[in-house]
Design a protein around this ligand. Structure first.
Ligand SMILES: [Zn+2]
Length: 326
């Protein structure tokens, strides 16, 4: 008896929004955004190192190891985590959050140099009209701030990941201007954020498409594009999948959906969606995702070019999505 004899699958009744074999990277925010949830505590370094190894064993591609600009304890923990990755030659790649201020970026430079590994500087900036009104900021000021921060990171040999808060509620002109400024200044990864959990799947798709068409393609550079979304409306997984459908290369997520307010995209569900058809049938993810090695597709080719810039990960080639249909 065939499976199709007893399951009629409406999921297959239209073309897939995310074609089978689409590759995606996963960035773990549990140890940074996850600790900003009101009902968690900041664990000791021993527990953080154990969590780091669990991420590695799950095949997660990159990890935010903290915001060292927050003070001495944060510096100590970030350095210990970076050293653990370096000493054990772990495959997971570290990044650190920082405001677009030299005082926040400098500790990342120093830790990267002391430990001897690349740490991506995820410099973030608020740019929405609401934030500009509250802070009395102009777009000119934000553009200069962006250029200075990215230039500072790149000139100190840090890979630059440029992040804007509340991107989903920011006008097209400002989005285009600031991300273009970041890329011009040397950022090779950009992060589009639904910091406030406002987006719908269609909104996530529209924003990613806009940035791909109006910012990334005209730049002529190989840029990794990330999606970072919160779950206030219960749409974080759907938004992340639609962002992948629109072309993002990496999704941010946290264990158990931890994170500010109601939290981030749940990592465990993203890992589940990242199973391919074969893996879902066999239940043996590690063995079956390896079957995808060498398969050529758009994202595979992009990941190869990303590796040349030190921002990709060979592991991406072993993870792919099952077809996702609306
Ligand atoms: Zn967040």
């Amino acid at each position: 008896m065939q499976q199709s004899d007893w399951v009629y699958d409406w999921n297959l009744a239209s073309p897939a929004l995310i074609p089978a074999g689409t590759r995606v990277l996963l960035n773990d925010e549990t140890l940074r955004d996850g600790l900003q949830n009101p009902s968690v505590y900041d664990p000791g370094i021993g527990e953080k190192i154990r969590i780091l190894h669990l991420m590695e064993s799950l095949g997660i591609d990159s990890v935010n190891i903290g915001l060292p600009g927050a003070g001495a304890r944060a510096v100590e923990h970030v350095e210990a985590l970076a050293r653990e990755i370096a000493t054990n030659r772990m495959k997971i790649r570290p990044n650190c959050a920082a405001r677009t201020l030299e005082n926040d970026i400098l500790p990342i430079v120093e830790i990267s140099q002391r430990v001897g590994i690349a740490i991506e500087a995820a410099t973030f900036l608020g740019l929405s009209p609401i934030r500009r009104l509250v802070e009395d900021w102009t777009v000119d000021h934000l553009e200069r701030t962006t250029e200075n921060a990215v230039n500072f990171a790149v000139s100190h040999n840090l890979p630059s990941m440029y992040v804007t808060e509340d991107t989903v509620r920011t006008d097209r002109e400002t989005v285009k201007r600031l991300y273009s400024a970041a890329i011009r200044s040397g950022a090779r990864a950009i992060v589009l954020c639904d910091t406030v959990g406002h987006a719908t799947p269609q909104g996530a798709y529209n924003l990613v498409k806009f940035v791909m068409d109006e910012v990334v393609k005209p730049s002529g550079e190989q840029i990794r594009v990330d999606w970072h979304g919160h779950c206030d409306r219960g749409l974080a997984i759907a938004n992340s999948l639609w962002a992948v459908a629109a072309g993002v290369h990496q999704v941010h997520a946290a264990a158990n959906s931890l994170g500010e307010r109601v939290g981030n995209t749940p990592m465990e569900l993203m890992l589940g969606h990242a199973h391919d058809d074969t893996a879902e049938l066999s239940g043996d993810r590690q063995r079956c995702v390896s079957n995808r090695d060498g398969r050529s597709c758009r994202s595979h080719r992009e990941s190869v070019s990303q590796r040349k810039h030190g921002i990709g990960e060979h592991r991406v080639q072993r993870r792919s999505f099952a077809p996702f249909r609306t």
